[in-house]
Each structure stands twice: as structure tokens, then as C-alpha cells.
Write a protein that binds this ligand. Sequence first.
Ligand SMILES: NC(=O)C1=CN([C@@H]2O[C@H](COP(=O)(O)OP(=O)(O)OC[C@H]3O[C@@H](n4cnc5c(N)ncnc54)[C@H](OP(=O)(O)O)[C@@H]3O)[C@@H](O)[C@H]2O)C=CC1
Ligand SMILES: CC(=O)[C@](C)(O)C(=O)O
Length: 337
Amino acid sequence: MAKMYYEKDADLKALEGKTVAVIGYGSQGHAQALNLRDSGVDVVVGLRPGKSWEQAERDGFAVYPVDEAVKRADVVQILLPDEVQTKVYKEQIAPHLKPGSALFFSHGFNIHFGQIVPDQSVDVVLIAPKGPGHLVRRVYTEGFGVPALIAVHQDATGEAMRIGLAYAKGIGATRAGVIETTFKEETETDLFGEQAVLCGGVTQLIKAGFETLTEAGYQPEIAYFECLHELKLIVDLMYEGGLSGMRYSVSDTAEYGDYVSGKRVIDEGVRERMKQLLKEVQDGSFAKRWIGENERGRQEFNRMREEEKNHPIEQVGSKLREMMVWVDGKKKETVKS
Ligand SMILES: NC(=O)C1=CN([C@@H]2O[C@H](COP(=O)(O)OP(=O)(O)OC[C@H]3O[C@@H](n4cnc5c(N)ncnc54)[C@H](OP(=O)(O)O)[C@@H]3O)[C@@H](O)[C@H]2O)C=CC1
Ligand SMILES: CC(=O)[C@](C)(O)C(=O)O
């Protein structure tokens, strides 16, 4: 069984007198910077001029160009998009990293695939929340935490784990639990999971179900409720009580359908294709394709993003989300797309 670290295993004193520079203020950056500050940690933000800089200033942070933020920092957390980290690191971070400082990531991609090779004089630590940034913030403000993974790639000071656990406590992760891993394991499992299950697999399943119902003539709003909206409620039950917890709460009819029909949708062929996806993550061919796509200007990415935005399920969903009174009687602050 994996070792789990909790609040009692982490000491924020490890960050006392240290400045943390959060580089990037997007999904993870804003969440981690706000949570750290609320936990009493001294935080500056490193950015380029633009909407994030303006937002970070509105949120009361001292914002600097990336290189200036790094010069002020004892811990540098790189929360830039994976595809831009290498260039920014080489040009604006590496030349200003202080010996004995710590370089943090929330995804192991650029270390694992050798895009970033830090100087031996710095600690290199991974604190990877296992959840989207906006929920890392929301759950923290509700008094809870999103669990995270921790890994040490380099321990120049002998303090990397201690500082890493303090950081995890600062963003609220030790409230839930932090599991020790490696950059390799986090990178490969995260890339596989987001492609085969969380984002890729699930969205294709939702769209296939929605299209099956709408093409059979059922109302698109009903198809949306059945195949997307209710999924959150079902997954909440799994989140709280596992698959058995969900099956306890749904009807026996649904549970029987789960057993006799689910495997006809997700059959052996799907499992074989999942194994192929994992191979392409492990051998670096996915990483090579993603790095190349960015070097070529992201035409394929932008075309697919546009196609997905125009899918009927998006139109139906945005109309319904405006019409519905939400479960707790008020509309939650939705993530701005
Ligand atoms: N999204 C998530 O929930 C999760 C993300 N991660 C990891 O966290 C890291 C950050 O991802 P995420 O938060 O999604 O990123 P986002 O795309 O949400 O945010 C990126 C931030 O970086 C800034 N930025 C982009 N390019 C530059 C640049 N050249 N110079 C300075 N600032 C720049 C953007 O500012 P601007 O407004 O100027 O574009 C923005 O503030 C990644 O390693 C990712 O894999 C890990 C777990 C979950
Ligand atoms: C939220 C998360 O961890 C993902 C899906 O892997 C990501 O956004 O990179």
C-alpha cells in the first residue's frame, strides 16, 4: 500500500523566511498562489504582461516578469503550460536560480522527457494535485483539500522532501493526503489517465451516448441530462463510496444494466487500445507528437478545439445551464472558458 502523508507529517516552518515564486497564474497557478498565501506563505508571481498579470494584481499579489520573480525566490514553482516551460526555463528561469533553491513542478512532463535538465545545485520536487486547479482553490476555501502526489528528482540540500511536504500543506493537499511517487510514474499515469479516461475517453463516451439518443429522435435536452449532467452526480457517489457506493444508491435496474451492458460498450477492444495509448506515453511518442505540434504552431490542436466547441452538446448544455436552478439553489461560480 502506498505511503500517505497528512497534515501531521508536514511543517509549514520549512517555508518560513522563504519566498515562493509561482510562475504562471492560470488554472493551477492562481489556485496554488492563493492557497499558499492563505496558509501564510510569502508568495510572488512571475508572469508576462497580459490577462493573468492583471488578475494576479487584482488578487493582491506582487507580480514581476519571470526572471525578476525567480531572483527573489527560494522556491520556484513552474505552473506554465507544459509546452512553453522549456523555452521560459532556459531563457528566464535557469540563469537566475539560486544554488540551494528549489524548483517545483505540478506535472513531471519536462523533467521526465529530458526537456528541462536543472543544475545539480537545486532541489527538484514534484507536487502534483490530482484535480483541476479551479477545484484545488474551491475545495481549499471550503476547508478541505485536493490530494496530490509528491516526488523528489534532485535533493541537493537534503531538505527537498521537507520543503515539498510543507508546500503540499500550503496548498491544502495534506488535508486530503499526499502519496509519494516518481516523476516517471506521475507523468506516465497522468498522461494516460487524461487521454484514456478523464478527458479523452469520457468525453467521447458522453458524445457517443448523446448522439445515439438525439439521432434516435429523443430531445437533445433529455440526452444532455442523461449523458452529461447526471454523470457528475453519479461520479460524486463513486468519489464518496467507490463503485459499490454508486451501485448502492442507483436502482437495481440500473445496476443490472451496468453489469450486463457496460462490458458491451467498453469491451476487450477498448482495453487493447488503452494499452497501445500507454505504450505511446511510455515510449515518448505522444510527448514527441505534442512538442512537435507546438513547434508547428498548433494548427491541428486549434482545429480540433474549434470542432469540439461547435458540437451540438455544447450548445444544448450552455442553454440548459442558464435555465437550471442549481442543486444548492444558487449558481456556482463557473470556470470561465
Ligand atoms: N490544469 C490543471 O488543473 C492541472 C495542471 N497541471 C500542470 O500545471 C502546470 C500549469 O498548467 P495550467 O495551470 O493548466 O496552465 P494554464 O494554461 O491554465 O495557465 C498558464 C499560465 O502561464 C502563463 N503563461 C503562458 N505562457 C507564458 C510565458 N511565455 N511567460 C509567462 N507566463 C506565461 C499564462 O499567462 P497568460 O495569461 O499570459 O497566457 C497563465 O497564467 C502544467 O505543468 C500542467 O501540466 C497539473 C495538474 C492539473
Ligand atoms: C486535472 C489534471 O490533473 C489533468 C487533467 O491531468 C490536467 O489538467 O493536466
